[in-house]
Design a protein around this ligand. Structure first.
Ligand code: SF4
Length: 314
């Protein structure tokens, strides 16, 4: 069987039919059927890089197939808490207190429901609002715990929810959103990320720091300054994990990302997106499509008929 794949941009042109022959793990041609070409996307974020490292098939489902995922209580609470911590810095320093922060929770929840109406379904089966009340109370506890780890009245972030993007010499674009950037009067930069979960055990700290080193690499490339400190604030367990990077760390991350990028490019070309089952499968929304759980992935690349109404999603 001839193995080939068309090179149109992700989500872009329709091409002659190419689908995966799952048994052979190769890409072949089906006469008469139109498909959406699959091409490795032009950029990488820490989340998507993490997806591929965790499970290449998960990356495919999210980035190539764009299968929908249900909102989860934990992830939505994370979004809510992040919004509260960000908005608190709108207040003058002396007013950045725990009660003030907690008072922002209901309003930010209203805002989240407006901007992402799908989160409402989380509590569709909670007519008396008990579960929602517990969920909001947990969000308040996480917000309150932040004050045991940092003192926002003594912080003046240079940036909050900062979108960053840079292009490496190889052409790979790196992008992401940094929760907070602090800049000292001396010009030293600290990158801060909030986590609503618990701190990882020490043997898993390197994985947690990967995202921060990714951001540090982007900032280094953009501003020619290696951030002085990377700081992960774990609201779930009340821990702070810090790391002071040196250029060699970030060069290592760059090499790792390029290798990852090459692996993604190869998988896109061959259609060989292997499932890598781990205990994290318990949180995966795509078991119904995953061979490890008896499921069948969608044809690869996607038939045009599977695209969203109004055209192929870009
Ligand atoms: S269920 Fe597990 S192996 Fe299957 S796609 Fe999800 S993360 Fe990968």
């Amino acid at each position: 069987m001839e193995t080939s794949i068309d090179g149109a941009a992700e989500g872009g042109a329709e091409t002659a039919a190419t689908v995966v022959d799952e048994a052979a793990g190769a890409v072949g041609t089906v006469p008469g059927a139109a498909v959406r070409a699959a091409t490795a996307p032009a950029s990488l974020s820490p989340s998507r890089a993490g997806d591929f490292m965790q499970c290449p098939l998960l990356y495919r489902f999210r980035v190539i197939d764009r299968l929908p995922e249900k909102p989860s209580e934990a992830a939505t609470r994370g979004t809510l808490v992040h919004a509260v911590l960000e908005r608190l810095f709108d207040a003058p320093a002396a007013e950045r207190t725990a009660p003030r922060a907690k008072s922002l929770v209901p309003g930010q929840w209203d805002r989240l429901r407006e901007t992402r109406p799908e989160v409402v379904e989380l509590f569709a089966d909670d007519p008396d609002g008990e579960r929602l009340a517990r969920w909001l109370a947990e969000a308040e506890r996480l917000v309150e715990r932040w004050f045991t780890l940092e003192d926002p009245s003594r912080l003046e972030p240079a940036e909050r929810e900062l979108f960053v993007e840079t292009e490496l010499d190889s052409g790979l674009r790196l992008r992401g959103i940094i929760d907070r950037v602090d800049v000292a009067p001396t010009g030293e930069v600290r990158i801060v990320d909030y986590k609503t979960g618990k701190a990882p055990r020490p043997e898993y700290a390197e994985g947690a720091l990967f995202q921060m080193k990714f951001y540090a690499l982007v900032v280094w490339r953009l501003k020619q300054v290696v951030p002085r400190r990377l700081q992960l604030v774990y609201l779930g367990s009340g821990d702070v994990l810090t790391y002071d990077p040196v250029p060699a760390d970030l060069e290592r991350v760059e090499r790792k990302l390029l290798a990852l990028w090459e692996a993604i490019r190869l998988a896109t070309e061959t259609g060989d997106w292997r499932p890598r089952p781990t205990k994290l499968c318990g949180w995966c929304d795509h078991q119904a499509h995953c061979p490890e759980f008896g499921g069948t992935p969608p044809p690869y690349p996607l038939p045009v008929a599977a695209a969203a109404p109004g055209g192929v999603r870009g």
